[in-house]
Design a protein around this ligand. Structure first.
Ligand SMILES: [Zn+2]
Length: 345
């Protein structure tokens, strides 16, 4: 009986070695280790044997079965690793599954378009870290020591730096303007650059206020920058973004880092200047505060205010997107509503 078992083993291993695919493998598995296999037959025929012989044959049978199982597993792994799914029958006429593709958020698209417009005018795109400090967010920008924006109700101060001052007192940047001084300190003047990014305010959120939002700021510093060159720049940018001439107007505005400061409005494109919900029924929409850089800010940046001057503009990205597409509710941009967002693909 031992010889028979030896024969079963040799034949079985040979069969496993000759297996070419998964179907054959399953057949051979059934043949070698199933209920009707030769090994099972040997076990069934043991009743005539002595107890000692039963023990020896039983052990040998189990041993061979284990050898088969191990070899089948190795063979199976090898087949899985080397068989391509394309070797199986394939029906090329079945319609494919549509891939659901994402798209850039309309605000991101606008940011890229502005980058293109500014790059074409010789500007550099600059970015800095989202964590800033009292020095860059306020001190350098001519904010008075008791300016309300410094208070924790507006600015997110970082834990552990409360009793520090200036560059050591850290915060999430409440606006982008701090980046302008950092850039000028590093690169000097003349300079023309934009610095888009996220800003953070510790505010109660409602329809018009978010705790984190996008801003887009530009600064040009040179020897002969006048108020009118700032306006020409704004006109050029709006024309590039909207593809046609856009009517603008300027009102007085106040920002610690400008002297003088302006609010720049553009004619509402949703209603064409007739008045609608978006423009508060007056035909104009405030899109960018800005102004001439304050002499104290130039000094913070290591520049002589008698020699250099400059012009800031801070562009409201969401307002421009509203104008571009005629969107009448700013909250839709942050709603994560795919029915809304899919329209901008
Ligand atoms: Zn309007």
């Amino acid at each position: 009986m031992k010889e028979r078992l030896e024969e079963i083993k040799i034949k079985g291993l040979e069969k496993i070695a000759n297996v070419k695919n998964q179907t054959e493998l399953e057949e051979v598995r059934k043949d070698l280790t199933g209920k009707k296999s030769e090994l099972s037959e040997v076990l069934k025929s043991m009743s005539t044997l002595s107890n000692d012989e039963k023990k020896v044959i039983g052990m040998l049978t189990t041993e061979i079965k284990t050898v088969f199982e191990n070899n089948l597993k190795v063979k199976e792994d090898k087949l899985i690793a080397t068989t391509s799914v394309l070797e199986e029958p394939i029906d090329l006429t079945i319609p494919g599954k549509k891939v659901s593709e994402g798209a850039l958020h309309p605000i991101t698209q606008m940011r890229y378009d502005l980058n293109d417009a500014f790059l074409s005018l010789g500007f550099e795109v600059y970015s800095e870290d989202d964590i800033s400090s009292e020095k860059y967010a306020f001190d350098n920008l001519n904010f008075s020591k008791d300016h309300p924006a410094r208070q924790s109700m507006d600015t997110y101060w970082l834990e552990g730096t409360e009793d520090k001052e200036g560059a050591e007192r850290l915060c999430l940047r409440p606006h982008l303007t701090g980046g302008s001084v950092r850039y000028l300190l590093k690169h000097g003047a003349p300079a023309r650059f934009v610095y888009p990014g996220g800003v953070y305010r510790n505010e109660t959120t409602d329809a018009r206020h978010e705790r984190a939002f996008d801003q887009y700021e530009a600064l040009i510093v040179d020897k002969n920058i006048s108020f009118s060159s700032g306006m020409v720049m704004i006109q050029a940018i709006l024309e590039k973004v909207f593809g046609r001439k856009i009517n603008t107007r300027m009102r007085e505005g106040f920002f610690p880092f400008t002297e003088p400061g302006y609010e720049i409005d553009m004619e509402c494109l949703v209603c064409g200047g007739k008045g609608c919900k978006v423009c508060n029924h007056n035909g104009w929409i405030e899109v960018m505060p800005g102004g001439v850089i304050h002499p104290n800010v130039l000094k913070s940046a290591g520049l002589d205010p008698d020699e250099w001057t400059g012009f800031y503009i801070n562009i409201g990205l969401d307002r421009l997107v509203m104008m571009r597409y005629g969107v009448d509710d700013v909250r839709l941009f942050h709603s994560a509503d795919l029915r809304f967002l899919k329209q901008f693909k």
